[in-house]
Design a protein around this ligand. Structure first.
Ligand code: 7TS
Length: 430
């Protein structure tokens, strides 16, 4: 497709969000890079599945905390300690409301999705999974929802089973889910949205089926919670793990949501300050959830700033964000597909703004470097999903992923740069 045709494309959905105004909220989006060949190049940030940028109110929340509230939480008698504790717990309540958790008690602060999953594997899995039991995952999991289960399965002599995905569409083949559910299945843990294909998995149906068998379900919400309105009561999931940094919040903070029953029966994952009720030299009793799972001084500024990120997303509206991203993704898919030799991995009917691709024989790392020279930040690699790459029989993909501040013009710039890359590499070799 020529640049001229591209520029005449109708860009639907530009009125759903005031993206120009939104972009003003993110100082980093004004960054430019110097170029030896001409004027500075503006940043086009399309690596949102790895981490998202932060709006001013989140940056302010971090500064404000350290400037006016900094003290340890849940222990100080002094006024500053009270201020920090109130802000920290207020943030927990905001996050609970954001996912419609019945209570803030069900929101555990972790370092991120990875730690939240490890908490369930170690706190629940270690206690309840026995030799011969089965753990049902999918073939499209991020390593963080795979490796912790491998460690547990090895320790316990349990068996991992996998719901396969279709190579052509990148969708889970859950039509014959019954086939994978046996009387030994103890838990199902799957991603809500794939970080490689962008596929939004049909988790409602899966959870309903699991209910009929009395099997708990954990959702890896790392890619879904930042982009889709999330209601844990409607989903009826037993556990939900997600990361703050993929939803406008800072790194080093994430969430495990769990149903009360599990929080009560789970063992703590780490021991230390604050997670206890009483301690003797030879034993200890536990604090109530969620504190039972939050040993040591938490990431207080991170937790407060995640609350600010939730405020920000709420001020825009999650429904609007989803709708806008859907339009942007549809537009990006049709633009990319029109490029000769383009191979896109994942063509699910329900999908988010994550597009993995390869162009001809150009190696994804070369592609990412070329795009970087054009100011476009994408990710190239296996995306922490090596089994997915292995099944697709490719070493890596280039991946563009979007968020609420990306524009239709940026997609055009991506396509123009891909066309240039094709010229530059002479339809290259991989
Ligand atoms: N699960 C999924 C589906 C993910 O995409 C990621 C991170 C994680 C879990 C782990 O999240 P963390 O915050 O604990 O690291 N995914 C990616 C990615 O696709 N590129 O960089 C990080």
């Amino acid at each position: 497709m020529s640049v001229e045709i591209l520029e005449k494309e109708i860009k639907p959905g530009t009125t759903i969000l005031n993206v120009e105004e939104i972009r003003e909220d993110f100082p980093i989006l004004a960054e430019t890079f110097s170029s030896s060949k001409g004027p500075d190049i503006p940043l086009i940030y399309l690596d949102n599945a790895a981490t998202t940028q932060k709006p001013r109110n989140v940056l302010e929340a971090i500064k404000n905390y350290y400037s006016h509230e900094n003290a340890n939480v849940h222990r100080a008698i002094h006024k500053l300690g009270e201020r920090a504790t109130v802000a920290f717990e207020k943030s927990r309540s905001k996050i609970a409301d954001f996912i419609n958790a019945p209570s803030a008690r069900q929101v555990v602060f972790t370092r991120g999705t990875t730690e939240a999953i490890n908490l369930v594997v170690n706190g629940w899995g270690r206690k309840f999974i026995k030799a011969g039991d089965e753990i049902l995952l999918s073939e499209m999991e991020h390593h963080s929802n795979l490796v912790p289960w491998q460690l547990l399965a090895k320790e316990k002599g349990a068996k991992l089973r996998f719901i396969p995905f279709s190579k052509s569409k990148g969708t889970l083949q859950i039509g014959n889910l019954e086939h994978f559910l046996t009387e030994r299945t103890r838990i199902i843990s799957v991603t809500h949205m794939s970080n490689v294909f962008g596929t939004i998995n049909p988790v409602r149906g899966l959870i309903q089926k699991a209910r009929e068998h009395g099997i708990p379900v954990m959702l890896d919400g790392a890619q879904s919670v930042p982009h889709l309105p999330t209601d844990v009561q409607e989903l009826d999931c037993d556990f939900l793990a997600f990361s703050g940094h993929k939803m406008c919040g800072p790194t080093g903070i994430g969430i495990l949501y769990a149903k009360e029953k599990y929080l009560e029966e789970m063992d703590p994952y780490q021991g230390g300050g604050e997670m206890i009720s009483a301690v003797w030299l030879d034993k200890a009793t536990w604090n109530d959830p969620p504190h039972k799972f939050e040993a040591g001084t938490p990431n207080i500024a991170g937790a407060i700033a995640l609350g600010a990120a939730v405020d920000y997303l709420n001020s825009i509206g999650m429904e609007k964000i989803t709708t806008y991203e859907q339009k942007l993704t549809t537009y990006a898919l049709s633009s990319l597909q029109s490029i000769e030799d383009m191979k896109i991995y994942g063509m699910a009917p329900f999908r988010g703004g994550v597009i993995s691709f390869n162009l001809g024989e150009i190696h994804p790392h070369d592609m990412a470097q070329f795009l970087d020279s054009q100011g476009i930040a994408v990710r190239a690699g296996h995306h922490c999903a090596q089994p997915v790459m292995r099944k697709l029989e490719i070493p890596a993909t280039t991946r563009a992923s979007f968020y609420l501040y990306n524009t239709f013009d940026e997609i055009d710039r991506l396509v123009i740069s891909l066309l240039k890359a094709r010229e530059f590499f002479g339809h290259g070799t991989r």
